[in-house]
Design a protein around this ligand. Structure first.
Ligand SMILES: Nc1nc2c(ncn2[C@@H]2O[C@H](COP(=O)(O)OP(=O)(O)OP(=O)(O)O)[C@@H](O)[C@H]2O)c(=O)[nH]1
Length: 202
């Protein structure tokens, strides 16, 4: 058996071009990839972090923001322990689509999923979404909020460490001692699709 205490599946979602892939690459590989192309479908990377002296393995799924991949990416929501919803602070339109993304979460994710809201590209000077607006939106929807810059490496590590810490705390509180496969199964229940939401924004 591998040497880690918990394994969590973390899925990044949000409009095309907001920086999901760059956030994941910054965190897992410590780099800001030049000329990053659009994600096709989904991609995943793994990183192990320490939470209170215990090893926690994060399986991080980077989904494509483009509408044409939506049916593929939606299928990854179900077994997610955490969903990181990303918008771009320099693009009001990506923020305006958050309601659509929340509907997707409601429809396809496990109700127990931990949700985080991330305003990426905080290094940019052409801000369109004030920090306070992002914060209030997150508060209203019971989400953890942080602004990041994958480019400058600001808050990226903090984001994933916070998610790992919250998931670990929740797992310990709800299940006590259990093994990793049990944990995954507990979040992997299938939720029936009842309605199709479509947003042609990307
Ligand atoms: N200034 C700045 N640019 C960024 C940042 N993060 C990503 N970018 C740029 O934004 C563009 C899109 O980044 P991606 O990481 O490919 O975006 P994505 O959300 O994964 O896009 P899809 O795969 O199409 O869903 C690229 O040109 C990146 O260089 C950031 O923190 N600051």
């Amino acid at each position: 058996m591998e040497d880690y205490k918990f394994l969590f599946k973390v899925v990044l979602i949000g409009n095309a071009g907001v920086g999901k892939t760059c956030i994941v690459r910054r965190f897992t590989q410590g780099l800001f990839p030049p000329g990053q192309g659009a994600t096709i479908g989904v991609d995943f990377l793994i990183k192990t972090v320490q939470v209170d002296g215990e090893k926690v393995k994060l399986q991080i799924w980077d989904t494509a923001g483009q509408e044409r991949f939506r049916s593929i990416t939606q299928s990854y929501y179900r077994s997610a322990h955490a969903l990181i919803l990303v918008y771009e602070i320099s693009s009001q339109s990506t923020f305006d689509c958050l309601h659509m993304w929340l509907k997707e979460i409601e429809q396809f994710a496990n109700p127990k999923v931990l949700r985080a809201l991330v305003g990426n590209k905080m290094d940019r000077k052409d801000r369109e979404v004030p920090n306070q607006i992002g914060k209030e939106f997150a508060k209203a929807h019971n989400m953890y909020f942080i602004e990041t810059s994958a480019k400058d490496s600001d808050n990226v590590e903090k984001l994933f460490l916070e998610v790992a810490a919250r998931l670990t705390e929740e797992a310990k509180a709800t299940r006590g001692q259990f093994n990793n496969s049990e944990l995954i199964q507990s979040f992997g229940e299938k939720k029936e699709k009842t309605e199709h939401h479509c947003c042609k924004f990307s």
